[in-house]
Design a protein around this ligand. Structure first.
Ligand code: ZN
Ligand code: FE
Length: 269
């Protein structure tokens, strides 16, 4: 399906956002351009033409550069702008609610659109099962899953978010996860408190500290790494259930209650 290799670049924006740019053969698509400037700088340097914009959710740090990009001469006329139908975002001409396929013909790629309500109600993720390699996928998940963390529940319920995260963890463990923020190091400080005896969390904390002091990004991450170290995905883990019970004052009854207790704890952490 994806015969040409897709290059995926991180364009840093603001304090800790990443705008992800997919490029093949002189064309580029961007995910969550909160700021136009880094995207325009890439187009100027590379000569790439912008052929699609994908939005995960309506927050300003993810859509703020949209109007300026649409007005730019290196932007193709009629450029598809994919985004959540629920939010009526100005400029979105491919409104989505999950279950669709976002076709990017210039990149020879099609991405599955997955509804992941929780951080916002309309939140979407985009998944290319063979984007990295013929059997190695990539997920662009905005503010739903972070390195060792997950997005805050601004609009959705814990039930919605836990179900959204479960959809993500059902993808192959090898899948690369392109999160929209560099939050991994601070998230791991919380993960160490939730699971002080998890050696994978300890090991990842050291690796991430070294990467950050070298000025390196800690994303993309992989689903398998998150399953081993992310307390927001480890609702079946006895140590996480015990930590949730200590917060609740009674044992959690199910995965949603465990997740909700950990999320509420992190909000106060
Ligand atoms: Zn957000
Ligand atoms: Fe954000």
């Amino acid at each position: 399906m994806n015969e040409t290799t897709t290059e995926i670049l991180a364009l840093p924006a603001f304090q800790d956002n990443y705008i992800w740019l997919l490029r093949v053969g002189g064309y580029a698509a961007v995910v969550d351009p909160g700021d136009a400037a880094p995207v325009l700088a890439h187009l100027a340097d590379s000569g790439d033409r912008l052929c699609a914009i994908l939005l995960t959710h309506h927050h300003a740090d993810h859509i703020g550069g949209l109007a300026e990009l649409l007005a730019h001469p290196q932007t193709s006329a009629g450029l598809p702008v994919f985004g959540p139908a629920l939010n009526n975002i100005a400029g979105v001409n491919r409104p989505l609610s999950g279950g669709e396929i976002a076709v990017l013909p210039e990149l020879n790629t099609a991405l599955d659109v997955i509804a992941v309500p929780g951080h916002t109600l309309g939140h979407l993720a985009y998944y290319g099962a063979s984007l990295i390699d013929s059997n190695l996928g990539a997920l662009f998940c905005g503010d739903t899953l972070f390195g060792a963390g997950c997005g805050r529940l601004f609009e959705g319920t814990p039930t919605q978010m836990q179900h959204s995260l479960a959809k993500i963890t059902a993808l192959p463990a090898s899948t690369f996860v392109f999160c929209a923020h560099e939050y991994t190091q601070s998230n791991l400080r919380f993960a160490c408190v939730v699971e002080p005896d998890n050696p994978d969390v300890q090991c990842r904390s050291r690796e991430v500290a070294a990467a950050r002091s070298a000025g390196l990004a800690t994303v993309p991450t992989r689903i398998g790494v998150e399953l081993a170290t992310n307390p927001f995905l480890r609702w079946d883990e006895p140590a996480v259930r015990i930590a949730a019970a200590a917060q609740l004052g009674q044992p959690p009854q199910n995965a949603v209650e465990t997740f909700a207790a950990i999320r509420a704890w992190k909000d106060r952490f």
